[in-house]
Write a protein that binds this ligand. Structure first.
Ligand code: LLP
Length: 383
């Protein structure tokens, strides 16, 4: 099950590049299908995590829907073969053109994040003679205990409608023309590694559903967002995240109505572990107090360490069994935050060695930039 790196083939390739283990992706998709076995569960892949066509093809073929946050993501998904009616569309700032595109493609659901947005969707749908299926994104004020930049379900975050304003939004959605209210949408954050925030989410949803039912309003879908975390420290020990535990939590704690659909928008957990960023050591430089391994990948290729202080496991794949030394592994970009790891313990490094930055399949390639005029990194796939 461990990713095997074809070192001989790598040696002729220009670094840095992304390498995707398609066998692992395939096993991950099968595991999701096995564990999300409640027929009411529907998984939408959060395309923001990785929109590489070689990856999308697999996910589409596995029968997943897709969660988009821009018109460009909708176009990318459709090009990859996803059907319009399997697309859900979230985001606080949908432009008129993006709303029009969603309506043209008859998408499954707009996840609406504010009252003015709801009014604009109704107006554009009316002009186009279409009905917009919508869910209201609720901000449940739940702390997901994750990095501040990727927590989304707290009252101070820009996302969704807070609980006090929800009744007004529901009432408005029931009266505006060309709007069909399907359900409620939630997403409390990303890289969530504890069960408790998900249990709290279920309790909030149960309470809300009971309240609305007592007033005669039922929801045909509940969307729980994404968020399942992965093991960045031990990708070889946990190549496939704990989908069983994740889906079981919702199965056990959410009071699902018999003919209700439950949507999940998983991104990171689907693709993170199958991807690695492969880079070459350019120089080993002796500093006054430490040794630097300067590699040819930088924060333009993988920004997560610089942006979130994230750590991707680093492996010397050329020489995995050498004597251990300590290095700061840094990139070539003119910023001190261009650093993949401080005081890393690694088998002795020399110029030309290949390193793998693991668990980089999600929010890696897609967040690459052209900073320092560097080109986007290419990608290769395992057989
Ligand atoms: N649904 C919504 C509405 C979202 O905003 C997100 C992620 C997802 C689903 C997918 O969440 P996942 O299953 O991947 O946790 N760039 C950051 C992560 C940002 C996540 C943004 N929203 C990182 O590299 O950690």
């Amino acid at each position: 099950m461990m990713t095997r790196f074809p070192i001989e083939e790598f040696s002729s390739l220009q670094t840095p590049f992304y390498f995707y283990d398609l066998k692992l992706l395939d096993r991950t998709l099968k595991e999701i299908k096995r564990t999300a076995r409640d027929s009411r569960f529907k998984v939408h892949y959060a395309i923001k995590a990785n929109a590489n066509p070689g990856i999308l093809r697999y996910i589409q073929a596995a029968g997943f829907g897709v969660d988009c946050v821009s018109g460009w993501e909708i176009e990318t998904a459709i090009e990859a073969g996803f059907r319009g009616d399997r697309i859900v569309f979230a985001g606080v700032g949908k432009s008129d053109n993006e709303i029009r595109l969603g309506l043209e493609k008859d998408i499954e659901c707009f996840n609406v994040e504010s009252e003015p947005e709801l009014r604009v969707i109704s107006q554009i749908a009316t002009e186009m003679g279409k009905t917009a299926r919508i869910a209201i994104r609720v901000n449940p004020n739940i702390d997901a205990h994750t990095h501040a930049y990727i927590t989304t379900g707290l009252a101070e975050n820009k996302f969704g409608i807070n609980l006090e304003m929800l009744p007004g939004m529901v009432a408005l959605a029931c009266t505006l023309p060309n709007i069909e209210l399907k359900g409620l949408h939630f997403h409390i954050g990303s890289q969530i590694t504890e069960n408790e925030p998900f249990v709290m989410l279920c309790e909030t949803i149960n309470r809300l559903q009971d309240e609305y039912e007592s007033r005669g309003i039922t929801f045909s879908s509940i969307n729980l967002g994404g968020g399942l975390g992965i093991d960045y420290a031990h990708p070889e020990r946990h190549p496939i995240p704990d989908f069983e535990g994740y889906f079981t939590t919702f199965h056990n704690h959410l009071h699902i109505r018999p003919d209700q659909e439950v949507h999940f928008e998983l991104g990171r957990s689907v693709v993170a572990q199958c991807g690695s960023l492969i880079t070459r050591v350019l120089y080993v430089k002796e500093g006054t107090t430490k040794k630097f391994a300067i590699v040819d990948a930088g924060m333009s290729d993988l920004i997560r360490p610089a942006l979130y202080n994230a750590h991707h496991k680093i492996e010397n794949i050329t020489n995995p069994n050498g004597e251990l030394h300590h290095y700061d592994v840094v990139g070539p970009i003119c910023e001190s935050s261009d650093c993949f790891g401080q005081d890393e313990t690694l088998p002795a490094l020399k110029r030309g060695d290949l390193l793998a930055l693991r668990s980089a399949g999600a929010y890696g390639e897609i967040m690459a930039s052209r900073y320092n005029c560097r080109p986007f990194p290419p990608s290769y796939f395992s057989e």
